[in-house]
Ligand binder design. Sequence first.
Ligand code: DC
Length: 236
Amino acid sequence: MNDHTDHNHPNGKLIIAIDGPAGAGKSTIASRLARKLGYVNLESGAMYRALALKAIDQDASFDDEATLVRLAQASRIQLEPTLGGNRTLLDGRDVSSRIRERDVTEAASRVSVHPGVRAWMVARQQEMGGGGGVVMEGRDIGTKVFPDADLKIFLDADPVVREQRRMEQQKIKGAVAASVAADLRERDQRDRTRAASPLVAAEDAVVIDSTGMAEDEVLARVEELAAERLRRQIGS
Ligand code: DC
């Protein structure tokens, strides 16, 4: 077993993986949980988004795997946890807001289908989180990045509820809302059906369906699970 999958992290801090589809509430729960535990919250999706932005800026095709891998290798993608949330830096430039825009969102979903891109991302993510004391969120954290994570959560919700939450979050209404919802469905479908690391709950993940749950309820449940894992680790 190598360092990043070692259950007994020298600092006694857990690796917590939170996976699930867009709009299930991963980001909010991961950042609130990390704050409570004094852990770092790493948002792996921001890394795919940063690479997608680089591809847009360089006019690279989202279907050209070899070029995308070369772009990734030549990029400096940094996730910088701050008190106000995560900052994402691409080659030293703060791209935190830019990567949330619609063109990047769409491109991120397309660049993330390539196994070569994923292998590069997974290796970086293992380096970043391997020391423990981390809540990492994404689509493949419990299955590929940290298959031996101390706690794996798969956070899901009804698609209609997820779409509504996204609209509220982004304050979108009317006709734009309908097309954004259609985009979300399409990305969802792509994430779940791609050949390389499709979005799927790890066998040993705790599945939480947040459809009828308030955010505080979900957080309480996740905190309870983390506390139980910490007790188990101290006791072992
Ligand atoms: O979580 P997000 O919406 O910021 O992710 C952006 C895209 O990146 C999304 O379409 C799926 C992809 N992604 C992935 O394939 N694996 C991850 N661990 C995180 C995100």
